[in-house]
Structure formats: structure tokens, C-alpha cells
Design a protein around this ligand. Structure first.
Ligand code: NAD
Ligand code: UDP
Length: 312
């Protein structure tokens, strides 16, 4: 029999893919979202389904629901959106986590937190294993998000220790794919949209900073496996693709694949922009028997195809 599952942030990029997957598996899904960066178009095809409910609600306010599992994804993920109102980002991350943990505690639901590689900050250890404690600026423009996610992890561990709440901490590394918002501001969507529109491709800094890009289907597989892993494995667990690329390499790959004539233009590097990032995924391999299967080359093809279909 299917489970009753709450997905906060379910109308966003990752959340909407997760809702699809959970519905396909025969679960009863409640998608909760305030539509700040999410979009009803992402879940429109599910709205008529008897096993799917959408609730417009802000996680900073408590809510009472009866569910078996909670995936807590509500939080803007793109720097332009989380920096738009940093105090609200903190509230979403921390008060949102408290409210969802309170709900999980009350109904004895298992709860997964969508944490992030940003808890490692601008890392001095490369690549990043879960044991690395991070190098995060408390005062910078990324701090509302990075420290908010760190505080949320702490709350999860405290609920686990104090109340025995069943938790799972997932540290997500940069993920891309269809349904990213075209104006989201993240690097993969920016470059593809710029290329398809024939606009200049905006590289921040000299483009030598690195990121590891995980295709969304791989990420969702890891997320569902982590949620359903044995109860005494609580994480943290890195989920990401260890393939590491410079931002300049990504731009060149997008130009090659789209066949566009865009030029590369260089713009100032935003402050606290991490120089390098690459996950160690040994924990996920060992505990979840998970590793990514879709290389950047293939994932970019699917993502470019999606953006071609929505850009007029
Ligand atoms: P997204 O912005 O597309 O989705 C976030 C969703 O949360 C949106 O639908 C938004 O409307 C909703 N939301 C925001 N504030 C809310 C609030 N106060 N109450 C209710 N809903 C709210 O981002 P995404 O890429 O899908 O990210 C989902 C989660 O995964 C986030 O928690 C993010 O921090 C985490 N994450 C994502 C990545 C990535 O590369 N995509 C990397 C690391 C972590
Ligand atoms: N970036 C860029 N051009 C853009 C958008 C982003 O060069 O149009 C860079 C950004 O400075 C960062 C990297 O790409 O070094 C990844 O940025 P993104 O916002 O996607 O994710 P994050 O920095 O949170 O990993």
C-alpha cells in the first residue's frame, strides 16, 4: 500500500520531480508550497489526480497534517532568490524546519531534510566528505542560506536525540534538469537560456571556479533511497555527481551543444562564491547502493531539449 507523503516545496524544481516519482509509485502525496519560486505549471498535470493535493501554505507557519513521511524541500535555492529577502530565507529554513519537525514528531512521521553542499561553505578540503565541518562566513550575502541550512541540520539532530524523531539529512550538490525556472539565475539554466536566445553568456569571475553537476533523475533516486533507508542511518549523506567542471568548461559545452553564436562575457564574481565543490559519495554508495548514472553530457542534452520547448 502507498504511504501518505508530504512534500514541502513540492511545486519547485526538485519538489515537482519528487511528487511525480512518489505518485508514480502509488503514494498519496500532499504538495505544500507558497509558490515563492515554485510554479503551479510544474504540478499542473497532477492537480486532477485523486492521490495528489496541493496546499498553498508558508512553512514558517505551523500546519497540522497526518502523514507517514515528510520531505522538507521548501526554501529558495538560487542565490538571487535566497538573497532577495535574506531574513525570510532564514525564517523559511529554520522556522520551516522547526514546524515540519514538530509535525513529524506529533504524528511520528519520518522526515528528510534537503540540506546542501553550502554547509561546507568555501571549502578548504577538496573533495568534500560528510565529515568535513565546513568554512562558512557568518556575515556574507550567502550566510542567510548557508547558516540557515546549518541551523536546520542542528535542529534535526536535536529532535532526533531528544524525541527520537526519525530523520534523514541529505546534502545536495548542484542539480540541474528540466523544470528549472528559466529566470532562476542558476548557472546551468542561465547559460542554456542565454545560448538559446543568442545572448552573451555571463561568466562570473574568470570561470575557473568548479562545480559538480547532478542530473535531476539521479538526485531524486538518491533522495527516495535515503528516505527509505534503514532507520539507524540518519546521514548526513552527500548526493551529487562527482564529475567536476570549471564554469568556463560548462559555458563552452553549452555553446557546442546548442550550436549558438553567443560570446562569453566576464562579470564580477559575487562575494563568497565558493572556488571549488565536489562531493565524496562513498556514504551514498555504501548505505544506499546509489551513484549517479547520467553524465553531464547526456543530462545537458535533455535539459537543452526542455528549454528549447519552452523558450519561444
Ligand atoms: P526551488 O526554488 O525550485 O524550490 C523551492 C520551493 O520551495 C519552491 O517551490 C518555493 O516556492 C518553495 N518555498 C520557498 N519558501 C517557502 C516557504 N516559506 N513556504 C513554503 N514553500 C516555500 O529550488 P530547488 O532547486 O527545487 O530546491 C529544493 C530544495 O533543495 C531547497 O531546500 C534547496 O535548498 C535544496 N537544494 C537544492 C539544490 C539544487 O541544486 N537544486 C542544491 C542544494 C540544495
Ligand atoms: N555563475 C556564472 N554565471 C551565471 C550564473 C552563475 O558564472 O550566469 C557561476 C556562479 O558565480 C558560481 C557557479 O556559476 O560560481 C554556480 O552558480 P549557481 O548560482 O548555479 O550555484 P552555487 O553558486 O550556489 O553553486
Amino acid at each position: 500500500m502507498g504511504k501518505r507523503i508530504l512534500v514541502t516545496g513540492g511545486a519547485g524544481f526538485l519538489g515537482s520531480h519528487l511528487c511525480d516519482r512518489l505518485i508514480d509509485e502509488g503514494n498519496d502525496v500532499i504538495c505544500l508550497d507558497n509558490l515563492f519560486t515554485g510554479n503551479k505549471d510544474n504540478i499542473r498535470h497532477l492537480l486532477g489526480n485523486d492521490y495528489f493535493e496541493f496546499i498553498r501554505h508558508d512553512v514558517t507557519e505551523p500546519i497540522f497534517l497526518e502523514v507517514d513521511q515528510v520531505y522538507n524541500l521548501a526554501c529558495p535555492a538560487s542565490p538571487i532568490h535566497y538573497q532577495y529577502n535574506p531574513i525570510k530565507t532564514w525564517k523559511t529554513s529554520v522556522l520551516g524546519a522547526m514546524n515540519m519537525l514538530g509535525l513529524a514528531k506529533r504524528v511520528k512521521a519520518r522526515i528528510l531534510q534537503a540540506s546542501t553542499s553550502e554547509v561546507y561553505g568555501d571549502p578548504e578540503v577538496h573533495p568534500q566528505p560528510e565529515t568535513y565541518r565546513g568554512c562558512v562566513n557568518t556575515m556574507g550575502i550567502r550566510s542567510c542560506y548557508d547558516e540557515g541550512k546549518r541551523a536546520a541540520e542542528t535542529l534535526f539532530y536535536d529532535y532526533h536525540r531528544m524525541h527520537g524523531t526519525e530523520i534523514k539529512i541529505m546534502r545536495i550538490f548542484n542539480t540541474y534538469g528540466p523544470k528549472m525556472h528559466p529566470a532562476d539565475g542558476r548557472v546551468v539554466s542561465n547559460f542554456i537560456v542565454q545560448a538559446l536566445k543568442g545572448e552573451d553568456i555571463t561568466i562570473y569571475g574568470d570561470g575557473s571556479q568548479t562545480r559538480s553537476f547532478c542530473y535531476v533523475d539521479d538526485l531524486i533516486e538518491g533522495m527516495v533511497r535515503l528516505m527509505n533507508s534503514r532507520a539507524d542511518f540518519i546521514g548526513p549523506c552527500n548526493i551529487g555527481n562527482p564529475g567536476e567542471f570549471t564554469i568556463k568548461q560548462l559555458a563552452e559545452l553549452v555553446i557546442e551543444k546548442t550550436g549558438c553564436k553567443s560570446k562569453l562575457v566576464y562579470m564580477p564574481l559575487p562575494s563568497d562564491d565558493p572556488l571549488q565543490r565536489k562531493p565524496v559519495i562513498e556514504t551514498a554508495k555504501r548505505e544506499l547502493d546509489w551513484e549517479p548514472t547520467i553524465p553531464l553530457d547526456k543530462g545537458l542534452d535533455k535539459t537543452i531539449e526542455y528549454f528549447r520547448s519552452i523558450i519561444k
